[in-house]
Design a protein around this ligand. Structure first.
Ligand code: NAD
Ligand code: ZN
Length: 241
């Protein structure tokens, strides 16, 4: 390994992870499956329009993903991130675009799940997410309070991210200023607003690192340092944990 980030006792670390971090656990990335599921575009099963058109199909898709995620385990990449949190405490903010729950299972305690959580469900009307590991292969589950449809607690295509989450990220970047070290790990930088965090981090004077097995050129050129490699192999040494 050539370059290493200069982590000091005043560094503030923002980590953004994407599907690549879970690839070594056996969770497929979107690009890896060409964005298709059973020959359908993922947007068809991961959008409000898709849910209105065929809620049972959408629940079957998410039930399969729940099944898949329940069978895999965190990998050394998730574990290195959890150990870095152990060392830095509040000076680290982990923001993930993954919905698989693997960061928490690796021991990360403060995880911002920007795109929702696979193992949570919420009523379309009551809107309160609750932990739910069940699978629904037949029919569409209903709310025990108001009998409206239950839906996966996932931010679908065309839906807005939580403004409170985005404000928290902005605040962290602003407060950290030149003490900021930003890592984007295993994310292709195609999905906004997460793809724009690197620009905000650079603007604030932070140091930006990209870790990716196959760094997408468009995204990579916005970083100060690009580390090419699998996150499970690269992160323990990169973080020195
Ligand atoms: N695990 C999950 O929860 C999961 C899985 C698939 C998709 N998604 C969703 O899909 C969207 C896709 O965006 P994205 O940027 O996260 O994923 P993406 O599929 O667009 O990009 C994944 C990136 O990871 C890289 N990569 C693959 N294996 C790697 C490894 N072992 N180590 C390091 N890098 C590796 C790829 O080169 C690619 O650049 C997100 O919105 C996310 O919510 C989530
Ligand atoms: Zn309800």
């Amino acid at each position: 390994m050539t370059a290493r980030p200069n982590l000091t006792s005043t560094s503030q670390v923002l980590i953004l992870t994407g599907a690549g971090v879970s690839a070594e656990s056996g969770v497929p990335t979107f690009r890896g499956v060409n964005g298709l599921w059973e020959g359908r575009r993922v947007e068809e099963v991961a959008s409000p329009e898709g849910f209105d058109a065929d809620p049972q199909l959408v629940w079957r898709f998410y039930s399969l993903r729940r099944d898949g995620a329940a069978k895999v385990n965190p990998n050394p990449g998730h574990e290195a991130i959890a150990r870095l949190e152990g060392a830095l405490g509040e000076r680290l903010l982990l923001v993930t675009q993954n919905v698989d729950g693997l960061h928490a299972r690796a021991g990360s305690t403060r995880v911002m799940c920007l795109h929702g959580e696979l193992f949570k469900t919420r009523c379309e009307r009551c809107n309160v997410p609750f932990a739910d590991t069940r699978t629904y292969f037949d029919g569409v589950p209903r709310c025990s309070t108001c009998d409206n449809r239950l839906r996966p607690h996932i931010v679908w295509f065309g839906e807005l991210l939580s403004s409170a989450h985005l404000r928290q990220v902005d605040d962290f970047i602003e407060r950290a200023g030149r003490e900021l070290i930003f890592f984007a790990i295993g994310t292709s930088g195609q999905v906004y607003p997460a793809a724009g965090f690197v620009d905000a981090a650079r603007h604030a004077g932070g140091q930006c690192w990209l870790v990716d097995v196959d760094p997408p050129a468009e995204y990579a050129r916005r970083f100060d340092h690009v580390v090419k490699g699998r996150s499970g192999e690269v992160l323990p040494a990169l973080f020195g944990v």
